[in-house]
Design a binder for this molecule. Structure first.
Ligand code: ADP
Ligand code: MG
Length: 713
């Protein structure tokens, strides 16, 4: 038996015992126990300090330095009571994951002993040596210092890894000169910008209220694959690139749709259960779990939260999925396309904005609420049509390229799905003047109420990248491994711009003409931007042609999709609202582009290595076996030898092809050719290898096959 087969039988033989009943979950004692949230703060801080910190958090203002020492002290006492000896400023650099550098609370004393100390200064500001984080030329190594600054809106939490507890303090990360180097700071800026414009709009509608705050909300549904670790470690491609670079499709995969929402296997359910408890422990409201479309694919979704918090939480969800999988002998794959021709993994970004308790994307029951709803809706339509290119840019990445544009996940063309009923309402707004249509009613904004809109899941169009789903927009293009930060920075900023322009226009209307003026404005927005609305099947070529005629951008791969970040119209937008400076945008563009070409380079090098050291040797062994058999058969003179002859010829010619592919790919690696040539050659090589996999003796094939990775767990 070869190693691969031995491992397979071991997985099957392994007795996972799942019969132990859990203690009942004690929500009071366990939920959020490891977060320094408001509840804990109240317990650990004096009343006046607590009140000041609370107002800091609620009003999004900077922390008063005079209370920082007290807060830090309380945080330390609490963290140590939870077993922590160290703290870290936890931040989100441009690498895609979180970063941390631990410092202990311990300080030595003169007499050889030690005390613990954690000052306000330690809490508020950190100074990690940040020279190795990507900055896209914003920071040269001689001024390598970076700053991390506490974000009190996201509570500190305890991270537990292998029994070690560390206090994590969510922070922003910027350079010595104040340029942002992370994914949190611009998100916070964009949230603030959108909030300001929402306030302005509320004022125009006469519902401004000093006790109400705008809140941008995010619910991130996270898809992932699980693979048994002992199979994973036999796939250098999975280990180093996150996706399989080779692998023939299994005979049975997802044709029968028998995995989606199917009964969850005990080993997986136990994993999910552990993940949820970990998440609840740090106050992440994990809610939904289910099997996804592809075999071995799953989803987890939390209840939506304020966006900054939800974004931090999504980073933690990804991390906890990974670390918990390890504990269960599994590996969690967050790559957008770990298995070719099998459904990929996305991250559905559910976005909305509320004012006080009222969700602006909820139609509401009065004509006035409906007017606000329709105005917000039109602002989103205007924003998405004006800046579809930016939304696409925000989801660009080497992994997501295999998803977007392929017939499965949302297409690379950004369009909006409204559903039949809302599309009809938009039509009515467009008609405007009653005389343009005899039979159809024209909706009078601010006078009429809307019919209740269905929020039912059956009404959803799964092929749309940007869908209205009852009381929120669901942006489906972001990839499973990507941070929610970039897509939401873009969404918040473009909607802020649209609301700004709408509010400016409405503010100029005399009070008596408000209703009519609003009706006209929304009509003109619909007329101008309705091309972005598409309720049909987004996977078809017909739509691609139609979208091209409409002038909608179709940016199929990362190098083209990143360009909008540095387009003058978009630089102007971000600068106007103070979300990014031009140099920050250029730096991001550079970082993302470099990340892309590095990833492609690594994939190419890994494929070459696997081909030369794993695949070719197996093929040669098989060929030599065939040759021996052929000789032996000839010796015994049993008759013709055509079966073995033709097999030998086929294998030998495929080996020739593979050898040539190896040489070609090696040249590209050595010369570090452009990504496009590398990807094309990678595709050619894959075709040969996948064909070989289907021809070679199963016993000689070392790499775990799709049928095994996707079904044996
Ligand atoms: P699905 O899209 O799978 O049918 P749901 O519609 O229930 O699932 O919700 C998907 C996600 O959208 C959940 O995380 C949910 O909390 C979130 N969500 C619901 N309302 C809002 C909102 N107003 N703003 C942001 N996210 C929301
Ligand atoms: Mg959804």
């Amino acid at each position: 038996m070869n190693t691969r087969k031995k491992v397979l039988s071991k997985i099957v033989e392994e007795k996972h015992s799942f019969d132990k009943m859990d203690e009942p979950y004690n929500i009071e004692k366990e939920y959020g126990i490891d977060t320094f949230g408001l509840k804990t703060m109240e317990q650990y801080l004096s009343k006046p300090i607590y009140k000041r910190l609370r107002s800091t958090i609620e009003n999004g203002v900077a922390l008063d330095e005079t209370v920082a020492d007290d807060v830090a002290h309380a945080m330390k006492i609490w963290a140590m009571s939870r077993g922590a000896t160290h703290y870290t400023h936890w931040f989100l650099p441009l690498t895609g994951s979180s970063a941390e550098k631990h410092d202990s609370f311990i300080e030595p004393t003169q007499d050889g002993g030690a005390i613990t100390r954690f000052s306000g200064k330690n809490l508020i500001l950190g100074e990690p040596d940040a020279s190795s984080f990507p900055s896209g030329g914003l920071r040269s190594t001689f001024e390598a210092r970076g700053y991390t600054a506490w974000d009190p809106a996201s509570p500190a939490f305890i991270k537990r890894v292998g029994g070690v507890a560390t206090l994590c303090i969510p922070t922003m990360f910027c350079s010595y000169t104040g340029e942002v180097l992370d994914k949190k700071t611009p998100l916070l800026r964009s949230i603030q910008v959108l909030g300001m414009q929402v306030k302005k709009l509320m004022k125009v509608f006469g519902v401004e209220d000093n006790n109400k705050h705008p809140t941008v909300t995010l619910g991130a549904e996270q898809e992932y694959f699980l693979v048994d670790k002992s199979l994973y470690i036999q796939r250098p491609d999975l280990m180093q690139t996150g996706r399989t670079l080779f692998g023939a499709p299994p005979q049975k995969h997802q044709q029968l749709d028998d995995h989606y929402f199917g009964a969850i296997k005990p080993r997986i359910l136990n994993f999910m259960h552990d993940v949820e408890r970990e998440l609840w422990r740090i106050g992440i409201p994990a809610k939904t779990r289910h099997n996804e479309v592809a075999p071995a694919q799953f989803e987890i979704a939390p209840v939506f939260e304020e966006m900054n918090l939800a974004n931090d939480h999504n980073v933690m969800v990804m991390e906890i999925l990974r670390t918990t999988a390890e504990k269960h002998g599994l590996v969690c794959l967050l790559h957008e396309k770990p298995f070719s021709r099998i459904n990929g993994s996305g991250k559905h970004n559910n976005w909305s904005v509320s004012y006080g308790e009222k969700n602006l994307l909820n139609p509401g029951s009065s004509p006035h609420e409906n007017a606000i709803f329709l105005t917000t809706l039109c602002a989103v339509i205007k924003a998405v049509d004006t800046h579809a290119d930016l939304l696409r840019a925000s989801t660009a990445g080497a992994g997501n390229d295999h998803r977007l544009g392929a017939s499965e996940a949302p297409p690379a063309i950004i369009s909006i799905y409204l559903g039949e009923q809302l599309a009809d309402i938009i039509d009515q707004i467009e008609m405007g003047e009653p005389k343009t249509s005899k039979n159809r009613k024209v909706l009078k904004i601010g006078v009429d109420t809307l019919p209740p809109l269905p929020t039912d899941a059956t009404d959803r169009n799964r092929t749309s990248p940007f869908a209205f789903t009852g009381n929120k927009f669901e942006f489906r293009a972001p990839g499973a491994s990507q941070s929610c930060s970039s897509p939401n920075i873009v969404l918040n900023t473009i909607v802020a711009e649209a609301i700004d322009e709408i509010a400016e226009h409405l503010a100029k209307l005399p009070k008596k003409d408000f209703q009519k003026g609003l009706q006209k404005l929304l009509q003109s927005i619909v007329k101008k931007h309705k091309r972005i609305i598409f309720n049909g099947d987004g996977y078809t070529d017909k739509w691609k042609r139609e979208a091209q005629k409409l002038g909608l951008p179709n940016l199929p791969n990362t190098p083209s999709a990143l360009k909008p970040y540095i387009a003058p119209k978009n630089i102007a937008l971000f600068e106007k609202y103070g979300v990014f400076t031009a140099s920050e945008l250029h730096s991001r563009y550079e970082v993302f582009e470099e990340e892309y070409s590095k990833k492609i380079h690594i994939e190419t090098a890994v494929a070459l290595n696997m081909s030369k050291t794993i695949i070719m040797p197996a093929c040669l062994k098989y060929l030599s076996r065939l040759a021996e058999t052929s000789k032996a058969i000839a010796d015994v003179k049993w008759g013709k030898n055509s079966e073995i002859d033709s097999k030998g010829k086929l294998i030998s010619s495929l080996i020739e092809d593979l050898g040539k592919a190896n040489n070609d790919l090696e040249k590209l690696v050595v010369e570090n050719a452009d990504s496009r040539s590398k990807l094309a050659m990678l595709g050619d090589m894959r075709t040969i290898v996948d064909q070989l996999e289907l021809e070679i003796d199963d016993d000689l094939w070392q790499l775990p096959k799709y049928s095994e990775m996707l079904f044996v767990y």
